[in-house]
Structures are given as structure tokens and as C-alpha cells.
Ligand binder design. Structure first.
Ligand SMILES: [Fe+2]
Length: 184
């Protein structure tokens, strides 16, 4: 389950409280159950997935995409798989572990593993939230944030997009004040 640290405060474990507090940073958090099918569980247990396996996992969770398409105009989805054997994993992660914004919402559904999002509120206060399998997060466009993998260095996420013309980060000068080690 999600965990939250707001700068200068104690770790929070209560999901309802986290959902409410993180909304003050503009972030939407939901609990989306993962498919309990044997096929999904077998695929999720693998560190890496080929394209056919990725497509199966997307299909097994397609009802969430259908809802986002019809209600919010989302157009596409894909799946990202990170694990310790991914070539140049640290180089890849270094793109996201500095404060940045996007012109589009960053929408992620974690289906395996976990990760840590940092957020910067207008006025400068920072928070870091651990997101785990079964959790959906929407970071609205122009919200200052960063992302770190935790010690397991393993996560699978379904990404949802409202546009299909690319995904870019605009870096800001803000220094991260929190890191995932605060959670251990
Ligand atoms: Fe981002």
C-alpha cells in the first residue's frame, strides 16, 4: 500500500489519509485491483516481458483504459518494465530523478513492484509517496515532480496518454529534499 512522507513530518500509512493529503499537491491516487487470473499472476511474476506478454497484460487490464478513454479522452497506453537487468537502467532512471514537469498528465498504473514519486507544491513544500502494485496515480500537467526506483529496482507500470506525439520532461532547478531512503 501507498506510503507518504511530507517534508518535516512523520511517515503516513493510512491510504485514505494519503489520498486526501496528496490531493493538496494536485495528485490523484486510486486503488485499482490487479487481475487475479492465473495468467496475469504468472506474467507479473516474471522480471522481464516480451512484447506478446506485455500485450496480454494490457488486455487483461483493458477495462481501466476503456474507462479513461470514454470519460477523459485518453488515446493510448503502453507498459514499461524496469528491473535490475535492464541495460543502462541507471542512465534511464537519471532522466526522471531530477525535478521536472510535463506538458501532459503523467498517468501510471503500477501492476508490479513499487516506485517513489516526489512532488513539489506551489510555495516549495515537498512530499514523497511510495506507490505499489494496484495503485493508480495521476500527476497533472505542469506539476513539479520526480521519480525514483526503490531498493528492489523493479516495477511494471501501465502508462496512459491523452496524446501520442511524444513524452518529454522539462527540468526545473528545484533540489530534491526527500529520497526513498526516508521510507526504510
Ligand atoms: Fe515525470
Amino acid at each position: 500500500m501507498a506510503q507518504l512522507i511530507i517534508e518535516g513530518q512523520e511517515l503516513i500509512n493510512d491510504f485514505s489519509k494519503i489520498k486526501q493529503l496528496i490531493s493538496n499537491f494536485g495528485i490523484h491516487l486510486s486503488n485499482w485491483p490487479i487481475s487475479k487470473s492465473a495468467e496475469a499472476q504468472q506474467l507479473l511474476s516474471k522480471p522481464n516481458l516480451d512484447n506478446t506478454e506485455k500485450e496480454r497484460l494490457l488486455t487483461l487490464h483493458e477495462h481501466y483504459f476503456e474507462k479513461l478513454k470514454s470519460k477523459q479522452g485518453y488515446q493510448s497506453r503502453d507498459i514499461t518494465v524496469l528491473h535490475p537487468e535492464v541495460p543502462d537502467l541507471d542512465t534511464l532512471l537519471a532522466k526522471f530523478d531530477r525535478c521536472h514537469t510535463h506538458d501532459d498528465d503523467e498517468v501510471r498504473y503500477v501492476i508490479d513492484g513499487s516506485g517513489f514519486f516526489g512532488f513539489v507544491k506551489t510555495g516549495g513544500q515537498q512530499a514523497m509517496m511510495k506507490v505499489e502494485a494496484g495503485e493508480y496515480i495521476c500527476v497533472p500537467a505542469h506539476t513539479e515532480h520526480w521519480f525514483e526506483l526503490g531498493p528492489s529496482r523493479r516495477i511494471k507500470t501501465i502508462r496512459y496518454f491523452t496524446r501520442t506525439d511524444g513524452w518529454a520532461a522539462t527540468y526545473t532547478d528545484t533540489q530534491n529534499k526527500l529520497c526513498n531512503q526516508a521510507f526504510t
